[in-house]
Ligand binder design. Structure first.
Ligand code: GYE
Length: 330
C-alpha cells in the first residue's frame, strides 16, 4: 500500500525537497491512514489565487484525513513539471494540478499515469489529446464568463450606436482563463461593427504588470483619446488599470471609462459599489470542497465526472450592498 511509504516520504522531505511546505510540524509522524496529496499551485499572482490556495489548505488538513504537499510554482510551468516528477517519486496518492498554461503537459501527465497516480486538474485546463491523462477537472467556464461580460457591453452600448472604444488587458497568455475570456471578447468585437479594439495588452494577471502596461499605453496619447471600456481579465489587472487611468486624469465608472473585471473579490465588489468598476464577473476560487468530493468518490471506488463547472454570476453597482460584500468569503 502506497501510504505505507509515507514515513519514507516524510524522511525525504526532512532532508529538503523542492516541493514546498508540508502541513504538519517537523518531527510529526503522520498516520498511515492519511491520503497524501501532491498539489502544484500556479503561484500567488492574484487575490483569487491566494483565496484558492487557502481553500485547498483548509480542506486538505490532517484533521480531515489528508497530508498535503503544497508546491508554489511561482508562475513557472517548469517548476510545476519538476513538482509532478517529485510527487511521482514520492508515490503520493493523488496529484492536484492548477496548470499555469494549457500546453506542454503530455509527458509529465503520462508519467503520472504510468505510476498509477490519478491527476485532478483544478481551475485551468490542459490541452492533451488523451483525456485519460487526468481523472477530473474542476473549475470555471471562462468562455461563459467572457460572454456574460460581452452581453453586458452589448446591453450598455446598444442604444447610441456610436463607436465603442475598448482596451483589453489580458491575463497570463496561454492559460485557460485568458483563452476563454479573450475568445468571448474577440467574438463579440467581430459581430459589432462599432466596437473598436484600441489595444490588447499583456497584464499577466498581476496588478503591477497591468499598471505598468496601462500607464505606458495611456501616456502615448496623453489623455486625449476617449476610452469607453477597459476589459480586464482579472481583478488585480483592474486595480492596476484603475490606478493608471486615474493618474492620467480619466474618470472611471458608468459616466466615464467602464472597467470590466473577473473574479469578484471583496475588494473589486467594493470598488464596484463605489462606482469605479462597472461590471464584475464572478469566478469562484473556493474549490477545495469540490476537489475533496472528487477524491472521496475515487476513494470509494467510483469514477468521478470528467468536468465540474461552478455556478457564477455578475455584479453591477445596483446588485451590491455593504452587507453583501462583508458576507463574502473572498
Ligand atoms: O481569474 C486570476 C488568477 O485561473 C481563474 O487566475 C484563474 C485566474 C483568476 O490569477 O485572478
Amino acid at each position: 500500500m502506497k501510504r505505507m511509504l509515507l514515513l519514507l516520504l516524510m524522511l525525504s522531505l526532512a532532508f529538503g525537497s523542492a516541493c514546498g511546505a508540508r502541513t504538519s510540524a517537523p518531527g510529526d509522524s503522520p498516520s498511515e491512514e492519511l491520503i497524501v496529496i501532491g498539489m502544484s499551485q500556479v503561484g500567488a499572482e492574484s487575490d483569487w489565487r491566494v483565496a484558492n490556495s487557502e481553500s485547498m489548505k483548509a480542506v486538505f488538513s490532517e484533521e480531515n484525513g489528508y497530508h498535503l504537499l503544497f508546491n508554489d510554482a511561482r508562475q513557472k510551468q517548469e517548476n510545476q513539471i519538476t513538482a509532478i516528477r517529485r510527487f511521482i517519486q514520492q508515490q503520493v496518492d493523488y496529484i492536484v494540478l492548477m496548470p499555469i498554461s494549457e500546453s506542454g503537459w503530455d509527458s509529465a501527465l503520462q508519467e503520472a499515469k504510468e505510476a498509477g497516480i490519478p491527476v485532478i486538474l483544478v481551475d485551468r485546463m490542459v490541452d492533451v489529446e488523451d483525456e485519460s491523462l487526468y481523472a477530473a477537472h474542476i473549475g470555471s467556464d471562462f468562455l461563459r464568463e467572457g460572454t456574460l461580460a460581452a452581453d453586458w457591453m452589448e446591453r450598455s452600448f446598444q442604444e447610441s450606436g456610436d463607436a465603442v472604444s475598448i482596451i483589453h488587458i489580458q491575463g497570463t497568455l496561454g492559460s485557460t482563463a485568458q483563452l476563454g475570456r479573450t475568445a468571448a471578447l474577440e467574438a463579440a468585437i467581430e459581430t459589432h461593427d462599432n466596437w473598436e479594439l484600441l489595444a490588447q495588452l499583456d497584464g499577466d494577471f498581476t496588478q503591477a504588470k497591468a499598471y505598468e502596461v496601462m500607464t505606458d499605453y495611456l501616456s502615448g496619447f496623453s489623455g486625449q483619446r476617449r476610452v469607453d471600456v477597459v476589459y480586464c481579465e482579472n481583478d488585480n489587472i483592474a486595480f492596476g488599470a484603475l490606478q493608471a487611468l486615474e493618474e492620467q486624469g480619466y474618470r472611471c465608472g458608468r459616466e466615464g471609462v467602464n472597467i470590466i473585471t473577473f473574479d469578484a473579490t471583496r475588494e473589486a465588489l467594493t470598488e464596484c459599489l463605489n462606482g469605479n468598476l462597472s461590471l464584475v464577473v464572478e469566478c469562484n476560487p473556493l474549490l477545495g470542497p469540490l476537489v475533496a468530493e472528487v477524491i472521496q468518490a475515487m476513494e470509494a471506488g467510483r469514477t468521478p465526472e470528467k468536468h465540474h463547472y461552478v455556478e457564477e454570476r455578475v455584479f453591477t453597482r445596483e446588485d451590491l450592498t455593504k452587507a453583501l460584500i462583508e458576507r463574502r468569503e473572498y
